[in-house]
Design a binder for this molecule. Sequence first.
Ligand code: ANZ
Ligand code: ZN
Length: 829
Amino acid sequence: NERYEPQAIEGKWQTRWEEAGVFRAGMRPGAPKKYILEMLPYPSGKMHMGHVRNYLIGDVYARYFQMKGYDVLHPMGWDAFGLPAENAAIKDGVHPAVRTQENITSFKEEIRSLGYCYDWAREVNTSQPEYYRWNQWFFIQMLERGLVYRRFSKVNWCTGCLTVIANEQVKDGTCERCDSPVLDKEMPEWAFRITKYSQVLLDGLDTLKEWPERITSMQRNWIGRSEGAEADFAVQGSGEKIRVFTTRIDTVFGCTYVVLAPDHKLVAKVTAPERQAEVSAFVAKMAATSKTDRLAEGAVKEGVFTGAYALNPFTGQPVPIWIANFVLSDYGTGAVMSVPAHDERDFDFARKYGLPVKPVVQPASGEKLPAGEALEAAFTEDGVLSDSGEFSGQASAEARRRLSAKLEAEGRGKATVTYRQKDWGFSRQRYWGTPIPIVYCEKCDPDRRGIPVPVEQLPVRLPEIDTQAVLTGKGEPPLAKVASWVNTTCPRCGGPARREAETMDTFVDSCWYFARYLSPRYAEAPFDAAEARRWLPVDVYVGGPEHAVMHLLYFRFWTRVMKELGLSPVDEPVKRLVTQGIVNGSDGRKMSKRWGNVVAPATIVKKYGADTARAYVMFAGPPERDFDWSDAQVEGAFRFLKRVWTLAVSHESVAGTVYTGPFEGKALEIRRAAHKCLKRVGEAIERLSFNTAIAGIMEYLNALQALGTAETPAEKAAMAEAIRVLAVVLTPFTPHIADEVAEAYGAKAFTVQEAWPDFDPALVVDDEIPYAVQVNGKLRAEIKVSAEASEADVRAVAEADERVKAAMAGKALRKFVFVPKRLVNFVVG
Ligand code: ANZ
Ligand code: ZN
């Protein structure tokens, strides 16, 4: 065909690849492996450009390494449980399973239309019992090891919807959906003890050398390790002690008041009778304010005095005990020693309520802070202690060590390490998720701690439901309404019992799916440990940076657990992480319905074909960078492929030319262009610099066009090779046109199954300097090497020349003569 018509060729190649099983992993057992993975999608029905880009990054890489001879694993699956399908069901009564299946079908069709190279034999769907039974299995293993537990925690309870709602849905104490009052309610929930791994997860970050620094530092902050001390302040006139947590025990002599969280358990005990009314009112007000609002930037600091006093453990001096909005009960010990001279927050609070300010750390510069109320702002840096008894004159760091040691020796405190990270509460009042495999039996388990379902009874399947009756969005968790399911028998006594009606957070599903791909139908365990030894860790993982601290932390935690369970040998799931940038609309705003700037992948594929869509998206910028959509550049990508097509068609008569050399003049130029292109594109792909790889191919195309038609047998043979090389370098990016061209030039296999040829080093050097190559003083060859080439480079290129090799064959080298920028001479005999 004279004209480039992608619609006429792309479907054909997709079918052929599929039928031939070209992308099956595990077919090259002795070869080195590459496991290339993109974050599995929530099947929302339609693909957007973010998906296109995400999958292309992995796809280009996967195709390239397949050509380099690797056994490549590149799987795809569905994060199929979750809220959108359930909310849609609440609206229109379509069962989430039905909706999800429809979405998967259409999403998969779109993936196919873009020519992605997935091993579909390993497809995983997290909403299938064969998958989620292993979530349940993990749950039970972790329960036995104390890594899963049941706790009570505060939730936002909407008195109208009769359900738990998220912090974001609470506006001024009322529900965003129905305007009813929202109350704090203590609810039981299931949690993973991820904090047991805080330090391990922190240390592991140091080994993740190929993760973006932005992501590892977000995880570091999220885990939030801080070294500090705990100290006991005795409550005056009572046997109680307030234990505070501080990172600045060196400031303890400057503590002028103590603050408890409003919900601290000692508040009721210490409050003086005459302060009772005011304190209770404040506590109630705080209970009605969400934590987010309490801590919001610029939130006013407020508090009340309890009427009680606590004794400084070092000075024995009494200081007033307050409660305030900015102290949280779930951080540290829920109690703070306040040092207004050295902490900004304490300083503001002291100013507002007229509490004393006492500097006890002086700047290391030797300058002296103004005393007391004259201090204009808190001095928050380390320095030298003053007015601190026997510790005066010590530097902050040293004082911290000594003060902590003293507390410890006296049994009144200790040095501590605290982490900001919280355990992961994972039970959800939803239908469309993994049932938690627990039953409650009043007889065997009066405290309702929960009895695990025996492993051999797994999976606990989601029941069939009357969608409209069960998925209403109101009241108890949906599964609690399914009497035939929720009522069961106790595995211990056989008496009546009730199932846990909450389901698991969908982040559980994505914690280990990368391992399920290794043996997706395995029925003995979540995955086959032998396969894990072959394939883990994932070599390259591509996804959105928005997952920095949830998914990307949770799956690191899960990987540690899988190792402890003897399932997998690795400490970390992923070697190299690539977080792709955003595709904005042509107006520079993130593509969104709201802005009306969305470009649907299907539209582009229909108009220009998948190869144009692929080439454009990969050319538009480095993977990690955002880019703005440009119709003009899409046109440009299409014109580029038309030129590829025209070039291939116009030279078709050279296909199959047999010629063995030598190559000189134009023929040599053609070959040099081809080998330089192989080198440049290969190196760029390995750096994930896909845009420069395509730029290299474009330059190559220009060079071939400029060289014009091939006339002599040498030129024809060189051109035939050059066009095969063009097909090779295009394969990762635009695989359909690549296979079409290669086939016309006599290829017997799919280009992706052909080896990515090694470039010939002699052909890639820059042509500035010609060298005469002599053997025993007789000219045997002329080579060209880069001006920067060293003596060793020139010698290597000369030795690699066929004619030089022939002249030296069977003889021993006696001497090597090197005349810079002129000639080399091999003296042999
Ligand atoms: C006295 C002090 C003096 C403090 C000083 C700081 C500076 P990070 O580093 O984030 O861990 N704090 C402790 N528990 C708290 C709670 N439950 N809610 C609010 N604030 C709390 O911060 C630890 C510091 O935050 C602690 O050190 C404590 O104030 C405060 F010159 O203690 B500091
Ligand atoms: Zn029982």
